[in-house]
Design a protein around this ligand. Structure first.
Ligand code: RFL
Ligand code: PHB
Length: 392
């Protein structure tokens, strides 16, 4: 097989990239190690920035998003001193976020890709690359027990944090920046009435978040140990902690119901630099992860490939590689802003066991300040709705 851009991974990064390249007349093939059913059911993120929503529409994949996506014009932050309302619409004139599950984005992009005759190979695992420093790099992969090769002009490593792409770059080329927070998130999906709006909480017992996936589907999280044993969290304890931490004393706001899924997510910031080696370009979680508190991971993946698609288009149209050369530098500027913001919100909203009484006072004072300062709430809002997608 031969293609212009070989894309490893059919997560948001790989799928958005494939659609943008195809729109610009560039041939590409997607290899995905898992089955279609598996990736369409994988529950993860849920907050789309306005630019990500716009991209879905530009790619002609936004029809169901318009019908089923839930616009969120405000977020609510609760703590012992009160409720901070961050009115996104007012503070970032006209901008909001949309709650729509990542697996729905993935489903819509796959359906549109296949409908347009795009090539995607499921259960096709990339094993490694050859000739990354040549003009004809190739991907070795295994499907149905057989090994095969795809020859490409370029390779896009969109295979997530645990993929092969980043590991294919020689160790002396990359610098790794890493911070592992001393807690995790226990996330549930439940058949239960969600809160009216996205609600974050800082409580003595720890962080909590109430989000949703539909009018009758709640997506809630509580801070837990990084290696939490789920057996310690029977359903009743999860609901108790959610009511308590979200200050729903009368248990009237947050509905309870059957828990469909329960899992622990690590809270970690990681960035690798540069995001390129020879003709291999890393995008999305393959190059960086952010703590989920800022709801940025999926949107960063979209922003990376937006830059990458423009760079590939320039190259195939004109033979120039200025944008390709600047890919990593341009992306990392935005990535670090998202890391900064996600780390700030994580530090603001979680309980840190090692905090001294002084540090806890500072954290609560920061929340008090947000409660009283429109300027402080504005910086939260402009980052939450997302910084612009830029390629300079
Ligand atoms: P993905 O989605 O991990 O996709 C990578 C794909 O590559 C495949 N793959 C391979 N394919 C072929 N050969 C190989 N050798 C391969 N190795 C791996 C994988 O099967 C997979 O299909 O990476 P991508 O596209 O970079 O997308 C990143 C996002 O998935 C991630 O950043 C977000 O989910 C993070 N995240 C959130 N991001 C947001 O923007 N907003 C949120 O609200 C948000 N909430 C979250 C989150 C992540 C969470 N978890 C579970 C980590 C909430 C949670 C709980
Ligand atoms: C989600 O809906 O899953 C979600 C919302 C906000 C976050 C993280 C996850 O910060």
């Amino acid at each position: 097989m031969r293609t212009q851009v070989g894309i490893v991974g059919a997560g948001p990064a790989g799928l958005f990239l494939a659609h943008m390249l195809r729109r610009d007349g560039i041939d590409c093939v997607i290899l995905e190690s898992r089955s279609r059913e598996y990736i369409e059911k994988r529950v993860r993120a849920g907050v789309l920035e306005q630019a990500t929503v716009k991209l879905m529409h530009e790619l002609g994949a936004g029809e169901r998003l318009t019908r089923e996506g839930m616009p969120d014009p405000r977020i609510d932050i609760r703590f012992s001193g009160g409720h901070i309302i961050v009115d996104l619409n007012e503070l970032t004139p006209g901008k909001i976020v949309t709650v729509y599950g990542q697996q729905e984005v993935v489903k819509d992009l796959i359906a549109a890709w296949i409908a347009r005759g795009g090539t995607i190979e499921f259960e096709a695992e990339a094993l490694g690359f050859d000739g990354l420093n040549s003009e004809r790099p190739s991907i070795r992969y295994r499907q149905n027990g057989r090994e095969d090769t795809i020859e490409c002009d370029f390779i896009a490593g969109c295979d997530g944090f645990h993929g092969v792409s980043r590991r294919a770059v020689p160790e002396n080329i990359l610098t790794h920046y890493d911070r592992i927070f001393p807690f995790g998130w226990l996330g549930i999906v439940a058949e239960a009435r969600p809160l009216h709006e996205m609600t974050y909480a800082n409580h003595e017992h720890g962080f909590a978040l109430a989000s949703r996936r539909g009018p009758h589907i709640a997506r809630n999280y509580v801070q837990c140990a990084p290696d939490e044993d789920l057996a310690r969290w029977p359903d009743a304890r999860i609901w108790e902690e959610l009511h308590l931490r979200l200050k729903d004393q009368g248990k009237s706001e947050l509905g309870e119901g059957r828990i469909l899924q329960k899992a622990v997510t690590p809270v970690r910031a990681y960035v690798t630099s540069p995001m390129q080696y020879g003709r291999l370009y890393l995008a999305g979680d393959a190059a960086h992860i952010v703590p989920p508190t800022g709801a940025k991971g999926l949107n960063l993946a979209a922003a990376d490939v937006w830059v990458l698609a423009r760079a590939f288009s320039e190259f195939f149209r004109t033979g120039l590689h200025m944008r390709l050369d600047r890919y990593s530098e341009v992306c990392l500027k935005r990535v670090w802003k998202a890391v900064r913001y996600s780390s700030y919100l994580t530090s603001l909203l979680h309980r840190f066991e090692q905090h001294t009484p002084f540090e806890r006072k500072l954290q609560l004072t920061e929340l008090e300040y947000l409660l009283g300062s429109k300027a402080a709430r504005t910086t939260i809002a402009e980052n939450y709705v997302g910084l612009p997608f830029q390629d300079d």
